[in-house]
Each structure stands twice: as C-alpha cells, then as structure tokens.
Ligand binder design. Structure first.
Ligand code: GDP
Ligand code: ZN
Length: 364
C-alpha cells in the first residue's frame, strides 16, 4: 500500500463536512481555499489541501492579533488559506471554528493554553490489561475527553496477556457507563476490525493512554503498514539541512485520519504527573526514606530506593519504568519553561512595536 497521493485528495477525505463548509462560506466567496494542519512546528505549518501538501505560515496580521495559542492554528485545524502555488506554499489567514479541542493550561503564571489536537471525532482511551488497570486514571481520561468535545471510546489492549478479561471489562464499565468499551490485542490482532469502524466516514481518531499501553502498536495495525514509514517526511530545514519530521495527522489508506501529536502524548503524561505517586506507590514509599529530599535515586548515598532495588524489593523493570516517566516529566517541565520564556519575548516585542508605532504617529 502506498501513501495516499495528495493530488487526488478531496476535502471530504480529510474530514471536511457541512459544519466546516458553513463556517468557510464567507471566505469562499472571497476566493480563499481551505486546508487542514498536519504538522505544527514553531509556528510553521504543513497542510493537506486539495492542491496537495503545502507548507504554510500564519499571515502577519493574524499572528500579531492572536491573543494566545487559542487563536493560532494547531494540528487538526481547518484553516483559511491563500495558496502560493509556484512556491508550494500558503499563507494562513484564519482558523475555522473547532468541533473539538484537546488542550491544557500551562502551569505557573503562564496562563496560556496549549492546544495539542483539534477536530478529533473519536478519542481512544487506551489501557493495558496486563498492568494493574487503574480506574481512577480512566476516569481522568474520560473527563479530559468529555471536556474536549470528542467522543471517548475505551480500549483495553493486550487481551493476550490477561486471563480475566471479562472481570476487567466489568470493572471499567462501572466507572464508564454508556461509553463503548473494546477489548483488543494489537499483537494477537484481536478486535482490530471493531476499532477500524471508528475511522469510517473520514473520521478523525486520536489516542490517549499511558506510555507502554500499546498506542503505537494499535496505530501501526490500524494503518495497515508501518506507521512510521507512512508518516515520515524528509525536508530541508531553514538552514537547508535535511531533517526527518513526522506527520502528526495521518491519512489512513483505507479512509479516515489518525492524530498522534507529541502534545497528545504529553497530555497523558501531565495527567500522569499527579498520578505518578499513586501509580508508583510502592516506590514512593521507599523514596520517603532517602537521605536527601531531592534524591534522584540514581547514585546518591543513603538512597532507600536503590537499597530496595538491590534487595529485590523493587523489580528492576518497575524501577526502569519509574525512572523513564520521571525523566519524561522533567523534560516536559524544562520545555514548558522555554516555551513560557519565548512567549514572554514575543509579547514584549509586540508591545515595543506598538509603542514605536504610536511614537512615530505622535511625532510625524
Ligand atoms: P505506547 O507507548 O502506548 O505507544 O506503546 P507501544 O505500542 O510502544 O507498546 C509498548 C509495548 O507493548 C511494546 O513492547 C509492544 O510490543 C507491546 N504491546 C503492544 N500491544 C500489545 C498486545 O496487544 N499484546 C502484547 N502482549 N504486547 C503488546
Ligand atoms: Zn533515593
């Protein structure tokens, strides 16, 4: 199966429908075209359009009038564009109203919203049947999903590793009344056809779930080919170097779209941050006895976690998982600080610019 030839793509295949058509109408009259955001990277965008794949930037006016990320394009968005076909580029003039939106408020003073995916029709809340199934966590994901406007569907993966599938399913049902639940196995290829039905009618599906539950495996199976091969694109960066980037909105060859953005993966981590203690209760109990409050449990003297690891009271697998999650969270915190600093810079630049403009007018 080859990657879908973008030249043959109609907007419907990209998820366009009457809702977007109605909102697009005033722009259509003025000769604008529409496109859907497949990648967002530092305010540069890659779009799917009827004219093929185009790289794009937001029009200056739109960019400077934006009050926050909320007003700028995000992956999944339908945008109003002026194509510059000779250059295979487009300028984005507006974002059409969203049918659904996954976002999170940045922590600290940074009240800006970070949008991680939009116009998702169905969100698969994926859990693994082999780890202790965490009902509280499923409840949190359900809350996130309901807030987003997308329809949640619970996916319990790895049936091949579980001998009490029905019991687990009943337990989940008790906290998720009225929500569809599917028990599947990406490895044994069980229940995949049921999941594929959610892609019908050119629907957009996204995934939420902790690291390791099998999201990538499920996406691979749904796409019918190695996702990473389908999604990869090579292009020149601003210095002309070749870099490999990844489409975050992927067209499934048999119809429908899958959104898999780093932001979506972070969302579950942030959700996990508060749950870290709960999920790793066993390890956190030892950590309370470490000599240093800020012990990283790596090589510090008097580390109770390492001692427990040595005595076999914590398995090395579980310790590895704990460290991995901690590292990812630390990385996210750093990245968020950077993001906040950049936003601050941008705001000040805009203020300086408007002050200069006022001064110029005053002393003209
Ligand atoms: P992600 O972090 O949620 O994207 O999870 P991955 O797709 O990377 O899967 C994590 C691990 O679980 C990998 O080693 C997969 O091979 C394994 N895995 C995924 N689905 C299944 C399944 O249905 N059964 C079994 N036994 N293993 C699975
Ligand atoms: Zn320690």
């Amino acid at each position: 199966m080859k990657f879908v030839n973008m030249q043959d793509i109609l907007l419907e295949k990209l998820g366009w429908n009457a809702f977007f058509e109605a909102n697009f109408f005033p722009y259509k009259e003025k000769g604008f075209a529409a496109g859907r955001v497949a990648i967002e990277h530092r305010k540069a965008y890659r779009l799917y359009t009827e004219l093929g794949e185009l790289s794009a930037e937001a029009a200056g006016k739109m960019f400077y009038e934006a009050c926050g990320a909320e007003d700028l394009p995000a992956v999944g968005d339908w945008v109003v564009i002026r194509p510059l076909l000779d250059e295979k580029k487009a300028v984005i003039h507006a974002v059409l109203p969203r049918k659904s939106k996954f976002s999170r408020k940045a922590a600290g003073d940074n009240t800006d919203e970070q949008i991680v995916a939009t116009n998702v029709d169905t969100v698969f809340l994926v859990s693994s049947l082999n780890q202790d199934l965490n009902l509280r966590r499923i409840e949190r994901y359900l809350t996130l999903a309901w807030e987003s406007g997308a329809t949640p569907v619970i996916v319990l993966n790895k049936t091949d590793l579980c001998d009490n599938v029905e019991e687990c399913r009943d337990a989940v049902e008790s906290v998720a009344l009225g929500v569809a639940i599917h028990t599947v196995s990406a490895v044994a290829e069980e229940g995949m056809a049921e999941l594929a039905t959610y892609l019908q009618n050119n629907s957009t599906v996204a995934f939420l779930g902790s690291s390791g539950v099998g999201k990538s495996s499920l996406i691979n199976k749904l796409l019918g080919e190695e996702y990473f091969k389908i999604g990869e694109i090579r292009e020149a960066d601003d210095r002309g170097r070749h870099i490999t980037t990844h489409r975050e909105l992927v067209l499934v060859p048999s119809g429908g779209l899958v959104i898999d953005t780093p932001g979506m993966r972070e969302l579950q981590l942030w959700e996990g941050a508060e749950g870290l203690q709960e999920v790793f209760e066993d390890i956190e109990r030892f950590a309370a006895d470490c000599r240093f409050n800020d012990c990283q449990h790596e090589s510090e003297p008097g580390c109770a976690v390492l001692a427990a690891l040595e005595k076999g009271e914590i398995s090395s697998e579980r310790y590895g998982h704990y460290k991995k999650l901690q590292k990812e969270l630390a990385f996210l915190h750093r990245k968020q600080d950077q993001h906040a600093q950049l936003e601050e810079k941008r705001k000040w630049k805009a203020i300086h610019r408007s002050v200069r403009k006022q001064l110029k007018q005053k002393y003209k």
